[in-house]
Design a protein around this ligand. Structure first.
Ligand SMILES: [Zn+2]
Length: 306
């Protein structure tokens, strides 16, 4: 069916997205260390596009749950968004029937560590874990990475620290508790870059730079990663699809977003970035087609897949 750009009635209350002028995205030239990266899919299936973005379209949305592995030459193995843990079945039960309606059952979902194993990567080799935000489907595997230092923005940890119970604002507190010994807070104490208000250079070499993209959660973070073939911007759940940035548009289901006016500002910035930086590939966390533009993590010796 032809796509009809139409904001649905359900989204009529979402604040308008104002796109800043292209000139607001001043390209920050900086030297950066190049790193290898690859994707670890834990679930992938097709849904109608309107499930993911407020656009009345039955075009397919390649929905995915995935993590990204970055092989840093000195810091070691880094995982961005360690998504499904070994406890995925129990996590779905704790999340309750509404989430199960949206996300399905345990069937078809693979824990990160199993996918890593298939790709010849060891969970115990992961030195750092980063997350675009702390919702349950982005940090479920934290407790399965015994040696990983977990770096999260202070703004996100301040937000979720009073949470209790098994499932609060999309956060499962046991995921954070399991990682507690290894949890480190960071601040966005670096300069504004590329239209984003501030930055945090994770390893001090420009290979992975975190920028704040608040709204979906207060401490939501995008990661600019300098791959050796191209640069990627991992944008978490600011939008669920690339289409959300291209239009730009909110999700259809805005109840999952913490602060909609702030998110509208973030999506506007991402749209301006997208228009002004065609050299960077933007990757929303649940856009399987965008994620598939990364090489898939493979056992050495096996041919790479795209
Ligand atoms: Zn998510």
């Amino acid at each position: 069916m032809r796509s009809m750009p139409l904001l649905l009635a359900l989204c009529a209350c979402a604040p308008a997205i104002v796109v800043p002028p292209r000139t607001a995205v001043e390209r920050t030239e900086r030297s950066a260390r190049e790193v290898e990266l690859c994707v670890l899919f834990q679930e992938r299936f097709t849904r109608p596009r309107y499930n993911g973005v407020a656009e009345l379209s039955f075009e397919p949305w390649d929905f995915a749950i995935a993590s990204v592995a970055v092989k840093h030459p000195s810091a070691g193995l880094v995982i961005i968004d360690p998504a499904f843990g070994r406890s995925i079945g129990r996590d779905l039960e704790l999340a309750g029937p509404m989430v199960m309606l949206l996300m399905g059952t345990e069937r078809g979902k693979q824990p990160l560590v199993d996918v890593m194993d298939d790709a010849g990567l060891s969970a115990s080799d992961v030195q750092y874990a980063l997350a675009t935000h702390t919702h349950w489907d982005h940090i479920g595997a934290l407790g399965d990475l015994p040696n990983a230092k977990v770096l999260l923005p202070r703004s996100e940890l301040t937000w979720n620290s009073p949470f209790h119970g098994s499932f609060d604002h999309g956060v499962m507190t046991h995921h954070l508790k399991r990682a507690k010994q290894n949890l480190w807070a960071f601040d966005f104490n670096g300069p504004p870059i590329d239209g984003f208000a501030a930055s945090f250079d994770v390893f001090g070499d420009g290979s992975i730079v975190a920028v704040p993209i608040p709204g979906h959660t207060p401490g939501s973070t995008a990661f600019l990663v300098r791959g050796n073939e191209r640069t990627y911007l991992f944008t978490g759940d600011a939008t669920w699809t690339s289409r959300g940035i291209e239009l730009p548009a909110h999700k259809l289901l805005t109840a999952v977003d913490f602060d909609l006016p702030t998110l509208a500002d973030t999506i506007g910035r991402l749209k301006a970035f997208n228009d002004n930086r065609p050299d960077v590939k933007i990757i929303p966390a649940h856009d399987g087609a965008a994620l598939a533009s990364l090489p898939q993590c493979q056992q050495q010796g096996k041919p790479g897949q795209r």
